[in-house]
Each structure stands twice: as structure tokens, then as C-alpha cells.
Design a protein around this ligand. Structure first.
Ligand SMILES: Nc1ncnc2c1ncn2[C@@H]1O[C@H](COP(=O)(O)OP(=O)(O)OP(=O)(O)O)[C@@H](O)[C@H]1O
Ligand SMILES: [Mg+2]
Length: 397
């Protein structure tokens, strides 16, 4: 295992541009999820067997001014989760994750005391108490309500008036101030969606503005490209990265780190929840709970799990067909001399049997590229943030 700093330095010193990642010598990457816990960050388990009891529901900012860290931050801005990353001087990567959600509650003495007793941080806005991130999710369960979400289908939500101040609070909590004015912060943005009349210009501008206001130098990175950076180093950053998120699937086909094709679709985990919910006559939140509780897509039990499997299969097949169509209709596709890997990241890829079903659907179509392997990212929830960090470190050295 090599040192991550050296890795980034070796990879990028000749070009200094994220788009050229991968020309240098390749080494393994050392990631330290434990360090994030030590710094009181909130971590989701990377797999189902991990102990979740260490997760502290109180949002706590890392005072990075006191830590000895490398310049350059990674930030995954997702519909469901926000994930920040930085690297310390020993080469470990520290990751923090928060749900991209909030809840507002009537401001009375009883509730105020309860939140204080529970150690939940809140701010008072227009005489309402606002709680953001993971604690909002926990409170929503206590109050039997849904959280409000600042983003929808991968972008800042047009239906949520309070989205911007909430995102500002969440980013301040996750990132804190830069270690140096103008520190690089690479943040994920969706590729242009192929199935919706939205574009990413406003969304990208809003988050760029928030990060700039915090003192960072914001740099957007397409989400699927970030997966290529974090997962395909061994393959010279050539292959297909897919981020299977809550609001979207983001696809990037890259050749030697340069994106040859990238697009997004507005179908992701939320789409599955909505459809399973309406098929079974239950709420989307219940459908989401059912989906996350440990379904095996390769071996579904009962009507509910079968509904989850049906929609997953449909979503994977839809994604593969779109890659095929886009690939075949593009006039400027490089030729890939060797078979490439497909790597799936994002929370939606974490369900049991995902790769098996992906493989089955893949075999049903005549895929235009020779594929050597279809695999899951090492840490699916953190993959995009890690890829953003790779890009940030490459420019900060
Ligand atoms: N174990 C699990 N099984 C199935 N789905 C899961 C699991 N864990 C999380 N998810 C789903 O993953 C999704 C969130 O994934 P992720 O954090 O990658 O999305 P995001 O990056 O916030 O969204 P996007 O990139 O689409 O804007 C949610 O739909 C959630 O229900
Ligand atoms: Mg995402």
C-alpha cells in the first residue's frame, strides 16, 4: 500500500488538471474511515455488518484549522447525502457524511428543552426551530413526519424555498472554513440528464456560490467522472463509472481519464421508493425502509421484496440500454483496445444481489463495448467524494 499523497502527486504533477488524472505511476490508496469517527464525524456503515453505534447524531464540525491536513477538499453533493473528504498529513482520507435533509419544528419551551437534552443542535428561523442533517432524520421518526429535502432528482429543489440557507448550514457543518483562503474544493455535479427538462447550470452556480462565500475555490466535477477517479486507477482511469444515487444514476465512460461519454438519468433510489410504494399501496418512506433493510435482489422473498426486485431490474436495464444507445450514436467515441470494467457506486448499488442482477440484465443486451468485469465500488457511499478529493489534491500540490 502506498501513500495517498504520493499517489496524487505522482499522478498529477505533470499536468495539474483533473481531466488528465492517471498518467503517472499508480499506487494503492489508503483510506481511514476510523479517523472520521475519531474526529466526531458521522459515518454510515460501509456494509451491513458494521457497528453503527459509533455514529453520533449531533452534527459536529471538524476544526480543520487545528488538524494537520493537506490542502484540497472533496465534496459529494447528493440528493440523499452530502459527503466531504480531506486528507491528513499521514496520508489518511477522512470522510464525513450527513443526510441532505432538514426538519422544522414549532419553537416552544418543551421542544427546546428536549432538543437540548438530546444534544441536538438547532437554529431558530422565523420562530421555528430548524434541525439539519442526520438529527433531522431521527427527529422526523420521533415526530412521525417526513424530512424536508433541499434537493430533488439530483439538483437543488425548485419546490423548496428554504433550500439555499439549509444547504449553506449543512456545508458549513461538513466542511468548516478552508485551511487557506481559496483552498480547492471539487464538488460533484450531475451530468446533463437525458430524461428531464433540467440543466445543471443553476444548480452548479448555486453550490459554486455557496462554496466561494465560505472562502473555497469551487471546482465542479461530473459525478460519474468522480467514480472513475476513485475506482479505476488500476485500469489507467479507463472504463465505465456509474454512480447509483438517490435522485439519479450518473454514467461516465472514460478513456485514460478523459470522459468520452457522460449523462445522467433522473431515476434512482427515490424512483424505486415511489414506484414500490404505489405498487404496494404504502408510503415512499416505508418502501425505502423496506428496500434498505436487507433485501437480496437475487433471491427476493414475498410480494414486497419482489416489487423491489422488479423495479431494480427495470432501472438497471434502463441504464444499460441508455449507455448502449448513447455509445452507438456518438460519433466521437475513442476505440477501446482492451476490455474495460464497469464499476457501480452510490447507495442504490448497496442492496444485496445488485451486481448479480446487473450482470443478468447486461447479458440480455448486445453491449457495444467488451467488458471484463462488473463490480461494486470499494465503499459505494464514499466513492464520489473520494474521486472529488483525488481531483482536488492533484491541483493543490
Ligand atoms: N443498503 C441499501 N440498500 C438499498 N438502497 C440503499 C441502501 N443504503 C442506501 N440506499 C439508498 O441509496 C440512496 C442514496 O445514495 P447516495 O448517497 O449515493 O445518493 P446521493 O448521492 O445523495 O444522490 P444523487 O447522486 O442521486 O443526487 C437512497 O435512495 C437510499 O435509499
Ligand atoms: Mg450521488
Amino acid at each position: 500500500m502506498g501513500d495517498y499523497t504520493d499517489y496524487a502527486r505522482d499522478s498529477f504533477e505533470t499536468q495539474g488538471s483533473a481531466a488528465d488524472v492517471g498518467k503517472g505511476q499508480k499506487k494503492d490508496v489508503v483510506f481511514g474511515l476510523e479517523e472520521a469517527m475519531a474526529l466526531n464525524a458521522v459515518n454510515y456503515p460501509v456494509n451491513d455488518n458494521e457497528d453503527t453505534s459509533v455514529a453520533d447524531p449531533v452534527v459536529t464540525a471538524i476544526d480543520t484549522t487545528k488538524a494537520v491536513v493537506q490542502l484540497g477538499r472533496g465534496l459529494d453533493i447528493g440528493t440523499a447525502n452530502l459527503v466531504s473528504s480531506f486528507q491528513d498529513n499521514t496520508g489518511n482520507v477522512n470522510l464525513k457524511i450527513q443526510r441532505n435533509a432538514f426538519i422544522d419544528i414549532d419553537c416552544d419551551d418543551y421542544t427546546k428543552n428536549m432538543l437540548t437534552r438530546l444534544g441536538v443542535q438547532y437554529v431558530v428561523v422565523n420562530n421555528r426551530m430548524v434541525v439539519v442533517g442526520d438529527p433531522a432524520f431521527e427527529l422526523a421518526n420521533i415526530f412521525n413526519r417526513d424530512t424536508r429535502r433541499p434537493m430533488k432528482a439530483g439538483m437543488i429543489s425548485p419546490d423548496e424555498n428554504d433550500a439555499l440557507p439549509i444547504e449553506k448550514m449543512l456545508l458549513e457543518t461538513l466542511l468548516g472554513s478552508p485551511n487557506q483562503q481559496g483552498e480547492n474544493c471539487y464538488f460533484s455535479v450531475p451530468a446533463e440528464p437525458i430524461d428531464a427538462e433540467m440543466n445543471v447550470v443553476y444548480h452548479q452556480g448555486v453550490f459554486g456560490g455557496l462554496l466561494k462565500g465560505m472562502g473555497y475555490d469551487p471546482k465542479p466535477l461530473i459525478e460519474g467522472h468522480a467514480v472513475v477517479f476513485s475506482e479505476l486507477a488500476e485500469d489507467d482511469f479507463t472504463g465505465i463509472g456509474i454512480s447509483c444515487g438517490g435522485g439519479m444514476f450518473n454514467v461516465c465512460v472514460a478513456y485514460k481519464s478523459i470522459p468520452a461519454l457522460s449523462f445522467s438519468t433522473t431515476r434512482g433510489g427515490d424512483w424505486i421508493d415511489r414506484n414500490v410504494g404505489s405498487a404496494l399501496g404504502i408510503s415512499s418512506s416505508r418502501a425505502c425502509g423496506l428496500k434498505e433493510k436487507g433485501v437480496d435482489l437475487a433471491n427476493p422473498h414475498g410480494r414486497e421484496e419482489e416489487a423491489v426486485e422488479i423495479y431494480y431490474r427495470n432501472l438497471i436495464s434502463y441504464t444499460l440500454k441508455n449507455i448502449k444507445e448513447r455509445f452507438e450514436s456518438s460519433s466521437s467515441m475513442p476505440s477501446f483496445p482492451e476490455p474495460v470494467s464497469i464499476v457501480c457506486a452510490g447507495g442504490t448499488s448497496m442492496i444485496g444481489g445488485f451486481i448479480e442482477v446487473f450482470q443478468q440484465e447486461f447479458e440480455k443486451i448486445q453491449f457495444p463495448l467488451e467488458i471484463k468485469e462488473i463490480r461494486l465500488a470499494e465503499d459505494p457511499l464514499y466513492s464520489v467524494s473520494k474521486g472529488c478529493l483525488v481531483a482536488a489534491l492533484s491541483e493543490s500540490v
